[in-house]
Design a protein around this ligand. Structure first.
Ligand code: DGT
Ligand code: CA
Ligand code: CA
Ligand code: ZN
Length: 575
């Protein structure tokens, strides 16, 4: 029998298709309300005598629910699917386009798929009532860019947007508490949509004002406790869900919508073994016939009732966190405030925008105790790599600056290219003069796994190489990692006392979390670096730290958490 979630989802599909078709608002609203009621029902709808027992379910929607429970195709859905061209549902996923807009593109311009929208002229769209030139251009551009692969936002883009929306919600007079939830709260490297949860005793007014906020381009669904909208992001529209509960149930709501789904499932299984049912509304005794969900005001209460230590959102991925929480063995996670320096930043000597001085001053602002300048090496001409002579010159400038700034230790480094055969891009004698050498790959990516692994193993074994930067070369949404046996790199890094970098650049975040975790287990130290090319990019550190947390890293595993003296000791003692 279909679950409440499945029934609710089918009702949502009806809502979307009706909106595309341009049905009257009140008709759509009836299905929207029914979908919400089903989703909110405390017990299986399939076991009800009459779906009309649910709030907001009338004759028409009750019949549809009966069909769905019996696994029959409701007439209304059948009709809609016959009438609305299939490709339009995908059109609603375009940034800035909700079902109503998709419906208009279909009816007024005959576009029934993303491809057909891409083939429109922006001027055709802007000639329609209610469309500006800018938004028309955006729609066409995003349709052109759209490939049917899932498009996900980068963590920093999602964070910036999420913080802005959260500010709005928190500043609303009816809001008591609010947080970002979903994958953003868990710090995932890419984010599908934004989830915001709020506690309010006047959900209705908060929901209404959120739906009307200036950043909203389209209201996809608007109920009393849930609003789904499309918001303008920096590169297109972003789906945002806001859910609101009474303050006494806030912990339950926040927990449920933080996820991950996998974490929620294993937690629910554990609860069932303790004769407890857990839902977004609270905890209930499983043996009571009338399930009476007692809401949790804080997430802590939920974990406590299940005999677990509080699990930070970054660890909620069903990767061993329940077991560790039960045994009191959760890691003491590294925090941004534990970071004492940045070991990989660029200057205008190669392809950076900042100077030695401006980068140093920005690092002082952050309270850092040391900073390593790593410009590109000679063969990387596209990035203005430094000739040996230029490197020597730069080192002198760094040492001079180091004397000038008392509060921070400025150090000479290089991001030296690992050439195709695994040799390094500078002579050993030059490398020996540096305080810290970062090695990495920027060319010849396609040489096959074996050659790539050998190439990198050779670099790892080089006596002067202290860390390997962005070890898999991935660029999120743009470039797959090159083929390399990362587990072998990890073993060799452990054997040679070489660190591996967790690059904090938002489109890299490389090594990725599972490998960082594997590296730490193998005893490898990591460097969390920003690879900053200007002063502001030094703030990317937080994204790297979040990934390190997701990899269960404590500060003991991170080289640049060492206090200055210990770090200098580490530099001096070599590999
Ligand atoms: P995303 O948006 O793809 O980056 O990933 P999430 O984790 O934010 O997923 P999303 O937005 O679909 O849902 C937010 C959270 O709500 C999710 O982490 C767990 C909870 N949730 C949503 N749908 C379901 C579901 O069908 N079953 C369960 N158990 N939990 C769900
Ligand atoms: Ca989400
Ligand atoms: Ca969501
Ligand atoms: Zn770099």
């Amino acid at each position: 029998m279909p679950s409440n979630e499945e029934i609710s989802r089918a009702l949502e599909t009806i809502v979307t298709l009706m909106e595309i078709r341009g049905d009257e608002h009140y008709r759509v609203l009836a299905y929207q309300r029914a979908a919400e009621s089903v989703a909110a029902a405390g017990s299986p709808v399939s076991s009800l005598d009459d779906p009309k027992e649910l709030p907001h379910v009338g004759d028409t929607t009750a019949e549809v629910i009966r069909n769905l429970v019996a696994d029959e195709m409701p007439e209304v859905l059948d009709e809609l699917m016959a009438e609305v061209p299939k490709g339009l549902v995908e059109v609603t996923r375009l940034p800035g386009v909700g079902p109503r807009t998709a419906g208009r593109l279909w009816k007024e311009l005959d576009a029934t798929s993303v491809e057909e929208v891409a083939n429109l002229e922006a001027s055709q769209i802007s000639s329609l009532k209610g469309f500006g030139k800018k938004s028309a251009e955006k729609i066409v551009a995003s349709a052109e860019k759209y490939n049917s692969e899932e498009r996900r936002m980068l963590l920093h883009t999602a964070t910036a947007l999420g913080d802005r929306l959260l500010d709005f919600v928190r500043n609303h007079p009816a809001t008591e508490k609010a947080d970002l939830a979903g994958s953003l709260r868990r710090g995932k490297e890419t984010i599908g949509d934004l989830d915001i949860v709020a506690a309010s005793s006047d959900a209705k007014s908060l929901a209404a004002d959120f739906a009307e906020a200036e950043f909203v381009t389209e209201v996809v669904a608007h109920g009393e406790t849930k609003v789904s909208v499309v918001v303008v992001g920096s590169d297109g529209g972003v789906d945002v869900d806001l859910r609101i509960v009474a303050p006494d149930a806030y912990g339950s709501l926040l927990h449920h919508f933080t996820g991950s789904q996998a974490h929620n499932i294993v937690l629910r299984e554990r609860a069932v073994k303790m004769d407890i049912n857990i839902s977004e509304y609270g905890l209930a005794k499983a043996d009571e016939p009338e399930r009476n969900y007692i809401p949790a005001e804080t997430e802590n209460e939920i974990y406590e009732k299940l005999g677990l230590a509080y699990i930070p959102p970054e660890l909620r991925e069903d990767s061993g966190e329940l077991e560790a929480a039960e045994k009191g063995e959760l890691p003491d996670l590294v925090e941004v405030r534990d970071i004492r320096g940045d070991l990989h930043v660029h200057t205008n000597y190669s392809d950076g925008k900042g100077t030695i001085e401006s980068m140093a001053e920005a690092a002082i602002e952050l309270g850092y105790e040391y900073l390593v300048f790593c410009d590109h090496s000679q063969s990387l001409r596209v990035a203005n790599g430094l000739s040996p002579k230029k490197l020597v010159e730069k080192n002198e400038a760094v040492r001079k600056a180091d004397e000038k700034y008392g509060g921070i230790r400025l150090l000479c480094g290089s991001e030296v290219d690992i050439l195709k055969d695994g040799a390094l891009d500078y002579e050993d004698s030059l490398l020996a003069d540096l305080d810290f050498v970062v090695a990495s790959i920027h060319t010849s990516f396609q040489i096959g796994e074996k050659a790539m692994t050998d190439r990198m193993l050779r670099a790892i074994n080089h006596p002067h190489v202290r860390t390997i930067a962005h070890p898999t070369g991935r660029v999120l949404n743009r470039r797959e990692p090159y083929e390399v046996d990362v587990s072998r790199l990890i073993k060799e890094a452990a054997a040679t006392n070489t660190a591996l970098e967790l690059n904090s650049y938002p489109d890299r975040l490389d090594l990725s979390v599972p490998y960082v975790r594997e590296a730490i287990k193998a005893g490898v130290k990591i460097t969390i670096d920003t690879d900053a090319h200007d002063e502001s990019a030094l703030s990317f550190m937080k994204f790297g730290v979040t990934q390190a947390q997701r990899a269960w890293a404590g500060k003991g595993s991170v080289i640049n958490c060492l206090p200055r003296e210990e770090f200098e000791e580490y530099l001096k003692s070599g590999k």
